[in-house]
Design a protein around this ligand. Structure first.
Ligand code: GUN
Ligand code: ZN
Length: 448
């Protein structure tokens, strides 16, 4: 059977090594596994059976099987925080976050007022996600509604589960990206930004596999009125996502203290406006104290960790030990264009390195299985999508990757000598990149 002829609407099976996770986040591995997928009542391709080939082969003997010897089937990666409009400024160095925003980010994002430009970048961005094995992303757009329409329609065409939203930024931003009053002059910039958000929610949230995220850029570029309005919109529907940035950079933290002196901390600003809850995902979460960590846990908000971005912009190191002790949810993210790679392999390796930083107790190193979980099932849990994406248990949507552990001579040599699952996965994390991703399957259909 030709893999490229795969259809979401038929029941079919794939035989290869297979990685998935149990409910506790422990890796489950079959060296010779079978993944059976088929349509559910809504026509969505989902996992119908999964496990050892020997255990399932007889029961599914009537189902066409594609055999990929020597390959690893794994859940599609989930990128918890990325900026599609920053695709073209990846690798732009600056002294730190705030100069980087001024010098590169805002000028680039101002181009997304043009729908044709937005669509061009959206298509390239989604190609790049697929090439790297990322099947779900929570992504920023820009403040222009056209940027949201472009990404949602491109993702819809491809059958992707994707979440995005119009950036809210009504102050401290150059005119090209700052929210603007309505054309008829009846609404000020803040009111207009909230109306545009409402209209985009009505148009896109819950359509096919798409979801809307209310997206205040970060506290410094939103007025109190805008954050209040965002919190009110979030309170209307708990299936909506919220995304923003917090406690990434020390200059940024100082600025927020000046702008919002009445809040206990930077994170508390969002709490004070009703923006901390389940399905709220905050990027970075570096410069926290224990009260912030307790608030994350209590509210159900999740952290998106972006180690390549934090290293590139010199922002700091996420404290894994303190986060684990506090018990809040987190997962991995590229944060492109602050982040330096679309590849989940590069992000997992950077996260490992950050986990080592400041390590004082033995045993704190993140295991390869745990890092992989943080970029798949763990990231899905942070989104409130556990059991939906990021895993290959029965009922999960059929988004997965086919990985080639022999993709480079060094990988082939190293993985052949791996003595256990941890060594095998770690070799992929240290040596792997987009060359490892042989196929990306979305909703049961090969896209890459
Ligand atoms: N804080 C506010 N905006 C941004 C952004 O675009 N990237 C990063 N890394 N941090 C931000
Ligand atoms: Zn970001």
């Amino acid at each position: 059977m030709q893999a490229t002829s795969m259809q979401a609407s038929i029941t079919q099976a794939f035989r290869a090594a297979l990685l998935r996770f149990d409910e506790q986040g422990q890796a489950m591995y079959d060296s010779d596994g079978l993944l059976v997928i088929g349509p559910n009542a809504q026509g969505q391709a989902v996992v119908q059976a999964v496990g050892a080939y020997q255990a399932l082969a007889a029961q599914y003997a009537h189902v066409p099987v594609t055999h990929w010897p020597g390959r690893l089937l794994a859940p599609g990666f989930v990128d918890l925080h990325i900026h599609y409009p920053q695709t073209d400024i990846i690798g732009s160095p600056a002294e730190g976050l705030l100069p980087w925003l001024e010098r590169y980010t805002f000028p680039q994002e101002s181009r997304f007022a043009d729908p044709a430009h937005a669509m061009n970048v959206a298509q390239f961005f989604l190609d790049e996600l697929s090439r790297n094995g990322v099947t779900t992303a929570l992504t920023f757009a820009t403040s222009h509604p056209a940027s949201v329409d472009a990404l949602f329609s491109a993702a819809q065409q491809r059958g992707l589960r994707l979440i995005t939203g119009k950036v809210l930024q009504d102050r401290h931003s150059p005119p090209g990206v700052c929210d603007q009053p309505s054309a008829d002059g009846r609404l000020d910039a803040t009111e207009n930004s909230l109306l545009q958000t409402e209209q985009l929610i009505a148009k896109w949230h819950g359509v096919d596999r798409l979801g809307y995220a209310i997206t205040p850029r970060f506290a410094p570029t939103s007025s109190p009125a805008q954050l209040r309005g965002a919190g009110e919109l979030a309170a209307r529907d708990d299936s909506l996502w919220i995304q923003s940035h917090v406690a990434e950079n020390l200059d940024e933290v100082r600025w927020v203290r000046e702008l919002y002196p009445q809040s206990r901390s930077y994170l508390s600003v969002y709490d004070d406006f009703g923006l901390l809850r389940a399905r709220a995902v905050y990027a970075h979460c570096i410069h926290y104290d224990d009260a912030d960590r307790a608030l994350m846990h209590r509210s159900g908000a999740a952290a998106a960790l972006s180690p390549t971005s934090n290293l590139f912009l010199g922002s700091g190191f996420f404290d894994y030990a303190a986060a684990k002790a506090a018990g809040f949810h987190y997962g991995l993210a590229s944060d492109v264009g602050g982040g330096t790679s679309f590849s989940p392999f590069r992000t997992m390796l950077a996260a490992y390195t950050v986990g080592r930083e400041g390590q004082t107790k033995p045993g704190l190193s993140l295991t390869p299985q745990e890092l992989w979980w943080q970029h798949t099932a763990g990231a899905a849990r942070a989104l409130g999508l556990d059991g939906v994406v990021g895993n290959l248990q029965v009922g999960c949507e059929a988004d997965f990757v086919v990985l080639n552990p022999q993709a480079t001579p060094l990988l082939a040599r190293r993985t052949a000598q791996a003595e256990n699952l941890a060594e095998f996965l770690f070799a992929l994390q240290v040596l792997g990149d987009d060359r490892v991703v042989e196929r990306t399957v979305i909703n049961g259909v090969v896209k890459h």
